[in-house]
Design a protein around this ligand. Sequence first.
Ligand SMILES: NC(=O)c1ccc[n+]([C@@H]2O[C@H](COP(=O)([O-])OP(=O)(O)OC[C@H]3O[C@@H](n4cnc5c(N)ncnc54)[C@H](OP(=O)(O)O)[C@@H]3O)[C@@H](O)[C@H]2O)c1
Length: 294
Amino acid sequence: MNPLAPLDTLLEPSEGELLPLPSSLATLYGRLRLGGLGSAPYVYANFASTLDGVVSLNPKGRSGGGEITGFNPHDRMVMGILRSVADAVIVGAGTLRSVPHHLWTAGHIYPNLASSFGELRRSLGRSGEPLNVVVSARGDLDLSLPVFSSGEVKALVVTTEDGARRLGGQRLPDSVSVHQADGNNHLRASSVLTAVKQAGRADRVLLEGGPTLMGEFLSEKLLDELFLTVASQIAGRASPAERPGLVSGRTFAPEVPLWSSLAGVKRAADLLFLRYRFRPGGPPGPTRPAPISP
Ligand SMILES: NC(=O)c1ccc[n+]([C@@H]2O[C@H](COP(=O)([O-])OP(=O)(O)OC[C@H]3O[C@@H](n4cnc5c(N)ncnc54)[C@H](OP(=O)(O)O)[C@@H]3O)[C@@H](O)[C@H]2O)c1
């Protein structure tokens, strides 16, 4: 039996393919329309943030995204659906380091619905799990971690020449491949997507963070959509570096403003599930009211 109540849908996107959610998921989530199947991968990110914009609380052992929503089951269900429809899930090495035993699969984040997630993948013609992609400049990764060694997922490490050399010092499990891209201590998001496309099907690609990699995708205008879960807690900050927001290492406003359009809103009690679309040459910004004369 599933203990979750259905999400309330407050706003639905009208564009995108209507995906064939099995009835167990459609009852909980409602309809899901998503872009994709164009010539380039449809890149969508999924993040959770507190009311004050914090995405990582950061104390050791409690820096994962689950702490942001209080391990909310509705958020996990939505994460599961978003992973189920992805050909690949990309994370930066910092995200892996914060949850070293994680696998970026739907069943891992919400095991109760694993069979429904599997049904969804099969109806989309996908077999197996999405490719788990880890981006690392340094290549200082422990290949005995489950994402690399469990054999439950295929993993791709996208790294630099130095990183590939460092990784070469460890035995590479059969399920892991390494793609060496151009760049010294910095890889372009476009190179990461090229590596994912070379590894296999890449119609829909999910970016699960973290803030540093997110900044790279946004600055190269390679993010099509953001799924943002807003949790109803305020985390506070002693310093911005200690508790990052959605983007680290890049600034946009006011010099290079990066606006988006609200495409969807769902709700589970105090939690909001927002969808924002980014498009090249998209909305210039909100309509500003004329200044009020004194
Ligand atoms: N609330 C949420 O939804 C959410 C989602 C994801 C992550 N997070 C949190 O965010 C925190 C991690 O933040 P973060 O900014 O460190 O995350 P991150 O972007 O996952 O990791 C940064 C690391 O990834 C690699 N990397 C990222 N962009 C790169 C690029 N362009 N070229 C080469 N390497 C690149 C580098 O790895 P190397 O150091 O190996 O070179 C870099 O140090 C964690 O606490 C995590 O739990 C929260």
